[in-house]
Ligand binder design. Sequence first.
Ligand code: CMC
Length: 432
Amino acid sequence: MTNKKIIIKDGQSNNEIELPVLDSILGPNVVDMRSLEKNLGYLSHDPGFMATSSCESKITFIDGNEGKLWYRGYPIEELAENSNFQETAYLLLNDKLPNNKELEDFSNNISNSYNVDPSIRKIIEVFNKDSHPMAIMTACLSYLSAKYHAEIDIKDKEYRYKSTINLISAVPIMSAWILNYILNKDFQEPKKDKSIAENFVNMSFPDLTKEQKEMSAKAMDIIFLLHADHEQNASTSTVRLSGSSETSPYAAIAAGISTLWGPTHGGANEAVINMLEEIKNSDKGVEYYINQAKDKENSFRLMGFGHRIYKNYDPRAKIIQKIAHEYLDGLSNDNPNKPLFDIAMKLEKYALEDDYFVSRKLYPNVDFYSGIVLKAIGIPQSMYTVVFALARTVGWVTHWNEMIEDKNFRIGRPRQLYTGKNKTSYKDIKDR
Ligand code: CMC
């Protein structure tokens, strides 16, 4: 803590208090509001948490203006270039890169937990084939919450480690099983000697050639790594709030999955492909949609362009753009996805050259390219958010552990500005 203070003076009572300023390592310092109510009788009001730091965290740093995303201090570009999803998961959880032995032990712990309870398949089979996979995934998590309920001991480090590894291993296996089910394939078994990304691809698409599997697993691994964490977004904050009641970690992750499902959070890459399909199936042409997006009177927006936080290029988009182009450059003219991807490339060109998009810094975002790559790999659109959840499980469990280890850990309990009725007396029904 610095000696800096913010002084708040109440214009009515003339009382004033000094609020301490807490230093961040990077990004804005924060004003500690905890004594505001006790000393001045007010609460702070911030719907949507636009100006509120909800916790102290050492995990991920984002600077949207500079286009920076760092996990534990490591720029995402360096991790995407040199690391992989499993090593990055170790980094997020342990606050350091592993040596060979540590990585081997961590990977063995993960593969030893690949043996997910096969009863999960019965849960999956209860659903209609056209059920949304995120609903199926939350049901799978509920099953795990029930199965491991008797063991809950969140204050015990060993329990936390065991459930952390279990979740990181089980969510990808269950994702592949959900995909098997909705694609009318037999449930596939994971292999112990394969990474999470390799298993996910091999189990999801057992009929691909070895080369196709390798290329897809490499792309999936980078997609997982890019989505592993993004500091205090809606789903991560949900996992923290839910977990703060000391509930089962499986239940807290299920809450995170439910939050991620929404179209303004994890569902954007699905919306990108829906938009490309709409443009492909209409005879109006790309320019028509570009003009719609630029028209102030029209609420249409180009999906996959712009970002709330990154007002410079989203660093994840730059990385995944390369993979998208690798896929698209290799497509033959008779590939059924070719017309869709040609539209995507036309939109990208417009966005990078047209003054409307350039002046507003509306660059293609990570969802624009991840939608394209997932489509090229053959993942059905409804599964895109599940892929996101699979990767983000690592971030969620990292935040859950950090929260419980925090000496200030207590149940989350936001307050409110009450604007309802004052005290009202009950009236008998015949007098209303
Ligand atoms: N197409 C056309 N115009 C746009 C778009 C777009 N996609 N996005 C923003 N604009 C315009 C907007 O009309 C406004 O113009 P003006 O200054 O003339 O009024 C200007 O750009 C600034 O827009 P904003 O609404 O203030 O920007 P925002 O930060 O509130 O919105 C956004 C960010 C991501 C919600 C928005 O860009 C959008 O709706 N994009 C499309 C949906 C999408 O791709 N979402 C995924 C985001 S990444 C999620 C993740 O990180 O996981």
